[in-house]
Design a protein around this ligand. Sequence first.
Ligand code: COI
Length: 359
Amino acid sequence: MKYDIKITKTTEPKNKPQDESKLGFGKVFTDHMFIMDYNDEQGWHDGRIVPFGPMPIHPASTVLHYGAEIFEGMKAYRTVDNEICLFRPMDNIRRLNDSAERLCLPLLDEEGCLDILKTIVEIEKDWVPKAEGTSLYLRPYMFGNDPHLGVHAVHNATFVVICSPVGAYYAEGINPVKIAIESTDVRAVKGGTGYAKCGGNYAASLRAGQKAELAGYTQVLWLDGVHRKYIEEVGSMNVMFKVDGKIITPELTGSVLPGVTRRSCIALLKEWGYEVEERLFSVQELFEAAKNGKLEEAWGTGTAAVVSPIGQLFYEGEAYTVSNNLIGEVTQKLYDNLTGIQWGKIKDEHNWIVKVCNG
Ligand code: COI
């Protein structure tokens, strides 16, 4: 089912970034955005693409008081053949609906949502950057928008898509990042919202993230909220380790985000013949492996982070260097293959790529 989309083009197009090597992440926005409203009577209605800019919001809106917000992160790529493509968009759309279900927000028709994404990307296609390592990041998000203060599942919601040309998420680029393992704060617990991509999970992570940054670390690695023992995920990415030839990644226990990049990396690793263990992996087991010289590589996976090597892990006063603080062989192979598929340099044998339009 397609949603009706009314298109109002800007009369004041902005200049596009001149130096794409300086894009960074999420600082520049395109000329347009998509907005659609929901209420119980009309369902999703009034889909519109409008000039990018501030949105009025009722001061009592649910999202401002109770944090009813979910989002996705996905990218449009300009391939070597100058086509504009999305990577596994239905996976993100399904996860958006899973998040909506958890937060009692209204679901979207999945094909309709894909059509929205393709429509805004086609309108903004000249904003999809060309430089190596760049893409147009899409941030679809939905929030509860009831204009009153009772704590209830909402009857009004808003769905928005904004677009931002981006380069690397981390200032380090593809160089290894330093990660601090957090032992005080927790991000999520089973039964909570850990598997959903909701703003609240990220709000809960900010204090530990700030502490880590002040201590010179790029991000936090979270442990499970019950035993404070099992590795879950890093602030903006899932995490994988190569230990004694095998790949270990935390299983999806309910408090870990089911990453689309995680899923894609697992598929590639298995095709290359690696044994991939999705299981509980304790921080003690990790450091045991590090001390015995069996921790060969560590990396994160995520839409924004792509595949990011981890060069140092810090936990309760001790720092462990991984892979001599260099990008490991498997990490590099994953990065090259994943981005190779995304940028059309490597044949897509998985049907992961969805073409939007010619560039
Ligand atoms: C993404 O990888 O797209 C994310 O949403 C992570 C983020 C919070 C920057």
